[in-house]
Design a protein around this ligand. Structure first.
Ligand SMILES: [Cu+2]
Length: 249
């Protein structure tokens, strides 16, 4: 056997890269992106994946090559140790540092779009995360929160398509995370803070809302549904809930 053991290590990069290629070529890749800004996130994800993938292939290749070349049975001479190379150390410090600096600058625009350039529209709804459900509150006809005509929903919420949406995100108890995979939105809900989140859905349909922060024993069941629909249907839904609420008052 001898050096052929090193081929076992070759399986790691081959199967590792292979599973990514297989996943990406089928329907097992990222969830469908229905947001306006999502392509930026996906682009960064792909860019970083390819970059780290290349480094992975090169380092794994080097590992296997060394295993093969310096196998004990074909190298009877004892090992000679070296106390390092100053030049090499400098190179492998500067290269990753420069790469990280490049990514930091390259992603600035995406970050600004998602976290800094809030559209100039009033908040569409307030999302209150709690153990273990999502509570939604819409301002109602007067467009003001904390008034008697507020509209409430739990675990299912609706939004209009092709409109800027601002969500005021809060938590009632512990850390949660408001994650809409199809909208490429993921934001922690922090107790005591109101964090604005914004996005624009480009496609109608029904999508998942999940909690992406381990928040207690019932974390697994903390899921909701988002229905993106036309302005008319959205208005009708709001009216319908509002009518039910006033009927039970
Ligand atoms: Cu949670």
């Amino acid at each position: 056997m001898g050096r052929y053991w090193s081929l076992l290590f070759l399986l790691v990069p081959v199967l590792g890269v292979g599973s990514f290629v297989w996943g990406a070529s089928g329907a097992m890749w990222l969830p469908v992106d229905i947001s306006e800004h999502g392509w930026q996130i996906d682009h960064l994800w792909n860019f970083i994946l390819i970059l780290t993938g290349l480094v992975f292939i090169v380092t794994e290749g080097a590992l296997v090559w060394f295993l093969w070349k310096y196998d004990a049975s074909s190298n009877p001479e004892p090992v000679k140790f070296t106390h390092g190379s100053h030049n090499l150390e400098v190179v492998w410090t500067i290269l990753p540092a420069a790469t990280l600096l490049f990514i930091a600058i390259y992603q600035m625009n995406a970050w600004a779009d998602v976290k800094m350039r809030r559209p100039n529209v009033p908040a569409t709804l307030e999302v209150m995360a709690r153990q273990f459900e999502w509570r939604f509150r819409y301002p109602g006809p007067d467009n003001k929160f904390d008034t008697p005509d507020d509209i409430y929903a739990v675990n299912e919420f609706h939004l209009p398509v092709d409109e800027d949406v601002v969500v005021n995100l809060k938590s009632m108890d512990v850390l949660h995370d408001f994650f809409l995979p199809n909208l490429r939105v993921k934001q922690d809900a922090v107790p005591g803070m109101m964090i604005p989140v914004w996005f624009r859905a480009k496609q109608t349909g029904e999508y998942d809302l999940v909690c992406a922060e381990l928040c207690g024993w019932g974390h697994y069941k903390m899921k909701g549904r988002l229905k993106v629909e036309s302005r008319d249907k959205y208005n009708a839904w709001l009216e319908n809930i509002s009518r039910q609420q006033t009927a039970t008052k």
